[in-house]
Design a protein around this ligand. Sequence first.
Ligand code: SF4
Ligand code: SF4
Length: 118
Amino acid sequence: MAMAGEVLRHVTKKACTILYPFEKDQVFMPKGFRGKQKFDIEKCTGCGLCARDCPSGAITMVECSKEVTKTGKRPIFDLALCLFCAQCEESCKFDAVVMTEEYELAGFEKSNLIIDIC
Ligand code: SF4
Ligand code: SF4
């Protein structure tokens, strides 16, 4: 009987949950949410600080032309290893890495989780 009363009390209340992904416009992102990084190669110097400081080894520095970055190296981000701690954003002194609110990262291909300019 106690359960019936509980059910009746909630029948008229608005649901706390939303019908994701059908009500995406109602998704609330808390302040400071850390989603997929946005990487700007135009700002990147190839210093490698992001890769050095990444706690999970999600960033690999690879060779590229010195016309692309000062050092001739650029980072590749592997979101399959990423903890979304934002240390890369913190370490980059050139604002080349910025955490965004993008959270829909599920996919069928692992390659979709790689952030690379090439
Ligand atoms: S958010 Fe953290 S774990 Fe992910 S790439 Fe940046 S430093 Fe590495
Ligand atoms: S993203 Fe920033 S920290 Fe990483 S290599 Fe480029 S300039 Fe350096």
